[in-house]
Each structure stands twice: as C-alpha cells, then as structure tokens.
Design a protein around this ligand. Structure first.
Ligand SMILES: C[S@@+](CC[C@H](N)C(=O)[O-])C[C@H]1O[C@@H](n2cnc3c(N)ncnc32)[C@H](O)[C@@H]1O
Length: 230
C-alpha cells in the first residue's frame, strides 16, 4: 500500500513573530466581519471611520455616476450614508439598503433632514432582495460591497429588475486580480475579480460595460459602469 505524504510548510520565524501573527488572526476576523455587517459599538465606530476612509473613492463614484435632479438612485450597502447625503443634495431622490441595522441608524442620523423631507429612504435589506418595484430606479451604485454578496448573480439580476430600461449601474470594489491586503480575512472578503463582475453584468443583460480607474482613487480600485439594455 502506498501512503501519500504531504509536506506542510513549517513556520520558521521566531516565536514572538509567530505569536503576534496568531494573536492578530481574531482581530482580522473581527474587523472583516464588521466590514461585512457592522454591529454594536464596534460596528458604529468602524462606520464612523469609513466617513473619511472611503471618502475619496465615494467622491469619484458619485462623479462617475453623475446623479441628476429628479432621478431615483439606489445605493446598496451604504454604510455611514455619506454618499447618499451627497446624492440627495444634488436633487435626486435616493433609496439606501444595507444589511446592517447599525448602519441604517447611523446613516439615518447623518441624513435626518433628507429623510424628513422624503428625499431619502433607508431600509435594512439584502441586495439579493431589493424592496423596490420593477423599473423604478434610474441608477444603482454600490461601493466596497460585491465581496460580501452571498449570491452575486442574484443580486445583479435584482439590480437589473429594479432599473428602468437604459438605467445605469456602478459597482466599485478592489478586484481580486490584486492581492488582498493582509489585514482583511479572505474567508469574509470573497475572491471577486473585475472580470467576474463584468461577466455577471453581461449575463444579466447589461451593455456598454466599462471598467475605469480614476486618478484620485488607488489604481487597484475598479469602477465598473454599465447600462441596462434599453
Ligand atoms: C465595507 S462597507 C462599505 C460602506 C460604504 N459603501 C462605503 O464605501 O463607505 C460594506 C457595507 O455593505 C453592507 N453590506 C454587506 N453585504 C450586503 C448585502 N448583501 N446587501 C446590502 N448591504 C450589504 C454592510 O453592512 C456595510 O455597511
């Protein structure tokens, strides 16, 4: 009988370094879980940090999406809601959905006035089940989200369902053709490449699919924009 012997890599680093790596693992998992669905005090704190941390990428996203007065814009996974505030300040009506109750509360506090006037509506929901009627949205935006979607094809089909014919979608993310930063847990940040996203959009009936980068955002960030077939 032949026995297959597989060699396991041996970590030969000094003990303190190995101990530091082991200790960082739970923290990495905690932070990645919070990014996927912020909760509790830690989640609220992280949400507040995103207001500045993701500002450059969100500003570039809004410039590309170019929401205009009277349009209805949906944002999936809005986090602290900074982008939604900017969208409604341009005279568009906005709907935001996010799986995190903590983010709905945080974004609601931040955009109290727009919610009061009806310019903005927020709800706890997954992108795979968007609580909006067919053909009711002019554009959909989602930043740093696709990695967390358990059913990315279903979510993109949902985006196509709620968009009016000719409507546009913008998905912004760090594609896995670039290495995942060491601080992020790969079991939570699923491996999604720019090519995967382009394929899913094509299969869902989108056209004019273009991947852009912008000078203000890091080059590893993909801005994939597309139109639903008219
Ligand atoms: C990394 S944060 C990004 C937040 C914000 N877009 C930004 O750029 O600052 C990801 C957000 O997406 C939300 N999220 C994750 N999976 C989601 C899903 N399937 N549907 C809707 N929201 C989701 C999380 O709760 C979290 O608020």
């Amino acid at each position: 009988m032949r026995v297959a012997v597989r060699q396991c890599p041996i970590d030969r680093r000094p003990l303190p370094q190995r101990a530091a790596t082991a200790a960082a693992r739970p923290l990495k998992r905690y932070l990645s879980e919070q990014a996927a669905r912020p909760r509790g005090i830690g989640g609220r704190l992280i949400g507040r940090l995103w207001i500045t941390e993701t500002a450059t990428v969100n500003d570039a996203a809004i410039a590309l999406l170019a929401p205009t007065h009277g349009e209805h814009i949906l944002e999936i996974g809005f986090g602290p809601g900074r982008a939604l505030g900017m969208i409604s300040s341009r005279g568009a009506t906005a709907t935001g959905i996010d799986v995190s109750e903590a983010m709905v509360t945080l974004a609601g506090q931040r955009n109290r006035d727009q919610i009061r006037t009806g310019a903005l509506r927020l709800c706890v929901s997954d992108g795979a089940t968007i609580p909006l009627p067919n053909d009711s949205v002019d554009a959909v935006m989602s930043v740093h989200n696709v990695y967390f979607w358990a059913e990315p094809r279903t979510t993109i089909d949902e985006i196509a369902r709620v968009l009016r014919p000719g409507g546009r979608v913008l998905l912004v993310f760090r594609g896995r053709e670039h290495p995942l930063p060491g601080r992020l847990d790969p079991t939570i940040y699923r491996s999604v490449t720019t090519n995967d996203v382009e394929t899913w959009l094509l299969d869902a009936g989108f056209t004019d699919i273009e991947t852009k980068s912008t000078p203000s955002a890091p080059t590893e960030i993909s801005f994939v924009i597309a139109n639903l077939q008219p």
